[in-house]
Design a protein around this ligand. Structure first.
Ligand code: ZN
Ligand code: ZN
Length: 388
């Protein structure tokens, strides 16, 4: 298990196509066709980046034109698509013309570009990553916890051990592609003749097919299952940090390793505390006369209330520190502190007797009572970033 930060992500698909987030299907299609015409290498030979731009546009179109993928992308972004097992890859297409043809070309093989043609035949493919989130409360973040997560994962079919054939039945060379996994199609386009390699539709690129497909998985060798896992959340974790659990993502294909599981940890807010690194900050109300006299107040900690001594002469925004009652550091033994910021409450709605007492007190005040070591300006500054 290791902590990771967010990966750098590709450009926003809506930006790539230059459409708004609520663009409809027709607008998306139109925007893509316009870009495709602009970026086609036969038209646009002066821009060296045209090919990459076109691939980027094709990818954006491929996601936004599919309602399911678009919904996933809208909710979870690029990461969500990867977790869902969708990994766009146009590199396997020799040229932009091939991609162009796949979208607009004669044989109309729109599906080939995504079905598996881009994957290349026979190679082992690592399974996709999965992202889930787990919510814990502050006490669990402080002490560490076991959080159960549940998610859908593609797993190997155990009935056929992933080879797609009913046990005891033979796997034969694909009669359609003669075992190459690929079909070559020649088509004419407005830009010339294009030879395109497409994945064999019978064997899906494997080159081999089961004579009797597995009854459990229909010959795919993999199936989607709901998985449950108890995740150890380490003490000291902060909201928004992710835990990577290697090998718990989607199963790989053709002997490839599984992907990883990323658990995004959400720490529920506790209204009594603000977290500042490993420290926690809370506020204690102290009536002005008691702040002057000194007193004891009850303050909350994550593990229950404790009594705190307020020394005589405590000023507004003074911070009293209770050592070691903050969050533990994620690595190492150090523990943060609990800082208690004193909110000196000036009494309101005085009755006549109280007014009289305060009046008398006020008349006895001397410079010695009111002088502070601080210059007014630094006091002001402190008030503006109080816990600094
Ligand atoms: Zn099976
Ligand atoms: Zn085949």
């Amino acid at each position: 298990m290791s902590m990771t930060s967010a990966r750098n992500t590709p450009r926003d698909y809506y930006d790539v196509l230059g459409v708004s987030r609520n663009a409809d299907e027709a607008e998306i299609k139109k925007a893509f066709r316009r870009l495709a015409r602009e970026l086609h290498p036969d038209v646009n030979s002066h821009d060296p980046d045209a090919e990459d731009k076109f691939k980027e546009a094709a990818e954006a179109y491929e996601v936004l034109s599919d309602p399911d993928r678009r919904a996933t992308y809208d909710r979870y972004g690029h990461e969500g698509l990867r977790s869902g097992g969708y990994a766009p890859n146009f590199e396997a297409f020799g040229s932009v013309a091939d991609i162009f043809d796949a979208f607009f070309g004669g044989s109309g093989a729109f599906g080939d570009i995504f079905g598996g043609g881009a994957r290349g035949a026979m190679g082992a493919v690592q399974g996709g990553d999965i992202a889930v989130s787990a919510e814990i409360d502050l006490a669990e973040a402080m002490h560490g916890a076991s959080a159960e997560v549940s998610y859908e994962a593609i797993s190997r079919c155990e009935h056929c051990r992933g080879n797609g054939a009913e046990p005891g039945t033979p796997i034969e060379t694909c009669p359609r592609c003669q075992g190459t996994g690929q079909l070559r199609a020649v088509s004419r386009t407005p830009f010339g003749q294009v030879v395109r390699a497409a994945t064999c539709d019978v064997c899906g690129g494997e080159g081999r097919v089961a004579r009797d497909p597995c009854h459990e998985c229909g010959g795919r060798g993999r199936k989607v299952e709901r998985a449950k896992l108890a995740v150890d959340v380490p003490a000291g974790i902060a909201d928004g940090q992710r835990i990577r659990i290697a090998g718990r993502g989607h199963a790989g294909e053709r002997g490839g390793p599984p992907g990883d599981l990323y658990v995004l940890v959400r720490v529920r807010e506790d209204p009594r505390f603000v977290r500042d690194g490993d420290d926690l900050v809370t506020v204690a109300d102290v009536p002005a006369p008691l702040a002057a006299l000194g007193t004891k107040v009850e303050v909350p900690t994550v593990d229950g209330p404790v009594e705190l001594e307020i020394p005589p002469g405590t000023q507004p925004h003074d911070a009293l520190v209770i050592r070691g009652r903050g969050m533990p550091a994620l690595r190492g033994r150090r523990k943060g502190d609990l800082r208690v910021v004193v909110n000196v409450v000036i009494p309101r709605h005085l009755n006549r007797h109280q007014r009289q007492l305060l009046q008398e007190l006020a008349e006895t005040m001397t410079d010695h009572n009111l002088r502070t070591e601080e210059h007014m300006f630094s006091k002001l500054r402190r008030a503006f970033h109080h816990h600094g």
